[in-house]
Design a protein around this ligand. Structure first.
Ligand SMILES: Cc1cc2nc3c(=O)[nH]c(=O)nc-3n(C[C@H](O)[C@H](O)[C@H](O)COP(=O)(O)O)c2cc1C
Length: 169
């Protein structure tokens, strides 16, 4: 797929087959995430790869909008690393850029994924910290469930000229 096609046909995938994600694909996904721009090029991110069925099954208990983890063979928790984040507050945007790179690459590889929100929900942040034994300076931002799609939604154009403002509001 070319870039335009990847961007315009990506949709969230929430139903997966039982097929595993090949290790080379996972490495490609993480490399794409790490290629994202970041404030001051700090790259203040860490990634927790989750493929343990017991942990995947426990996620919906702490993140109610992530029930697909019961079926997904893999999830990646994108985290901010406060030891590397010296441009105040920008780490959330840095991690979000990494997450989007990951999602687009998932789609380009013919896989499917959905971004499930963690930060800034402090209860979810604390629960993921406990579940995965994260150090204090690591803040979970987004959990991406990944797998081979069992179903894929059609893309819907979202271009909306009323959201564009020229040279001021
Ligand atoms: C910050 C953020 C948090 C999200 N959290 C969830 C979530 O917890 N569960 C879920 O199923 N989808 C979640 N989504 C996915 C959105 O629902 C989805 O991107 C949106 O409906 C647009 O659909 P599309 O991704 O198919 O284009 C989240 C997306 C973002 C960007």
């Amino acid at each position: 797929m070319n870039l335009k096609e990847v961007i315009h046909t990506r949709r969230s995938v929430r139903t997966f087959t039982s097929q595993a994600v090949p290790p080379q694909a996972l490495e490609e996904l993480l490399a794409a995430a790490m290629q994202a721009p970041s404030a001051g090029n700090e790259q203040p991110w860490q990634f927790v790869v989750i493929d343990d069925r017991r942990i995947l099954d426990a996620i919906p208990q702490i993140s109610p909008y992530a029930p697909m983890c019961r079926v997904a063979p893999l999830a990646v928790l994108v985290c901010g690393d406060m030891r590397e984040a010296h441009h105040a507050g920008y780490w959330v945007q840095d991690c979000s850029a990494a997450t989007e790179n990951l999602l687009l690459t998932v789609h380009d590889l013919g896989l499917g994924a959905v971004w499930t929100g963690v930060y800034p929900n402090q209860e979810r942040v604390a629960s993921f910290r406990e579940l995965l034994n994260l150090p204090e300076e690591i803040v979970p931002v987004a959990l991406v469930a990944i797998g081979v799609p069992a179903d894929r939604a059609e893309s819907v154009p979202r271009f909306n000229p009323s959201r564009i403002h020229r040279n001021g509001w």
